[in-house]
Design a protein around this ligand. Structure first.
Ligand code: NI
Length: 176
């Protein structure tokens, strides 16, 4: 397993639409393991493959709290079958938009079908944090970021900030 570098806003890779996984094989499981390790290292609770530059419809989630046993979940080709009318609000963040958090309203529960790491078709009725996290990560597979769900004013501000940060990171510039 290895930790991969994260793709950070405003990298256009994050806007790519990921392609369906065609085969669940050892290579794909290795990618899922690398994603889990990268996510635990960050640390974060969810990661989509595109966030390490792999445009494949694959995401990992682990909602276990600190001190609890890890509960790694791998979702391959996830698809939302049904969303509740009831909505809920969570403060969201993203490993591709470090240190920025904002409240996002989404359906409170979703039914999602997906393939597990053995390639077996599964379905989950997700509620609470799992519902929010799944929707956030599935958005990534479609090139959508959580800041697309906040006001344009706030989004423009955060994009401007990250563009400036990226520009200040020009190679050859020494920052002590
Ligand atoms: Ni994210």
């Amino acid at each position: 397993m290895s930790i991969k570098p994260l793709i950070i806003l405003p990298d256009p890779v994050l806007r790519q639409v990921s392609k369906p996984v065609e085969r669940v094989d050892a290579d794909l499981r290795k990618l899922a393991d690398d994603m889990l390790e990268t996510m635990y290292d960050a640390p974060g609770i969810g990661l989509a493959a595109i966030q390490i530059g792999e445009p494949r419809r694959l995401l990992v989630i682990d909602l276990a709290k600190e001190g609890e046993e890890p509960q790694p979940h791998v979702f391959i080709n996830p698809e939302v079958l049904e969303s509740s009318d009831q909505r809920s609000v969570y403060e969201e963040g993203c490993l591709s938009i470090p240190d920025y958090y904002a409240e996002v309203e989404r359906p409170a529960s979703v039914r999602v079908k997906y393939l597990d790491r053995d390639g077996k078709l599964q379905e989950i009725q997700a509620e609470g944090l799992m519902a929010t996290c799944l929707q956030h990560e599935i958005d990534h597979l479609n090139g959508v970021l959580f800041i697309d769900h906040i006001s344009k004013l706030k989004r423009d501000m955060v994009v401007r900030k990250f563009k400036k940060l990226a520009k200040d990171k020009v190679p050859g510039k020494m920052v002590g």
